[in-house]
Design a protein around this ligand. Structure first.
Ligand code: AMP
Length: 182
């Protein structure tokens, strides 16, 4: 049976061949298309931290189709991260590529290694905004992704102010996002 997965794609470190984070995210979307059936992909959202050492953060969301179960899908995504040069290391350090499972068509999934919906989904504008571009009506915890995304932008003005003090955000296509990991 084929399942639909919503995947978060993030990068905040350049890749020797692909280049800057937005190009890394675009290359990762192409790679997902090669590996799975790519149903849809959002525009790449770009945020840039201020200052000489500022890092660029690029995020997007993709919908893919696969027969893999969630545990197998996580393994495949980890393998793609490794292909892109990701090495196990600091959880909050710079990452060439981060792939997370946000939602799947099977509903809730919970194991020692994996929780779906992703635990941080409802808290992260930089995940919800691109996800709302490709799956606005997909429901998580009874609420649609569009609703969750709008609720977050209403509920979190303080975070947005904080973010704008440390970063100037711009967007390739859609609203700006807070820079952070996925
Ligand atoms: P990360 O640092 O984002 O690559 O993820 C670290 C670990 O989080 C992974 O190795 C997974 O075991 C775990 N994890 C739990 N839930 C999820 C999820 N929904 N998607 C991806 N990783 C998850």
């Amino acid at each position: 049976m084929s399942h639909l997965y919503a995947i978060a794609i993030g990068s905040n470190r350049r890749h020797g061949r692909h280049g800057r984070p937005p190009q890394v995210v675009a290359a990762a979307i192409a790679r997902l298309d090669e590996e799975f059936g790519l149903f849809d992909a959002s525009p790449v959202i770009l945020s840039k931290a201020v200052g000489p050492a500022g890092r660029e953060f690029a995020n997007a969301a993709a919908l893919i189709e696969s027969r893999l179960d969630p545990a197998e899908m996580l393994e495949q995504l980890k393998a793609i991260e490794r292909e892109f040069g990701r090495r196990p290391g600091k959880r909050w350090g710079p990452r060439v590529l981060d792939l997370d499972i946000l939602l799947w068509s099977g509903g809730e999934f919970d194991s020692r290694r994996l929780t779906i919906p992703h635990k941080q989904l409802e808290k992260r504008a930089f995940v919800l905004e691109p996800l709302a571009a490709v799956a606005p009506g997909w429901r998580s915890g009874g609420l649609s992704v569009r609703h969750l995304s709008e609720r977050l932008s209403r509920k979190r003005p303080a975070d947005r102010v904080k973010a704008s003090r440390t970063s100037s955000s711009r967007s390739a296509g859609r609203g700006a996002a807070r820079p952070a990991r996925t």
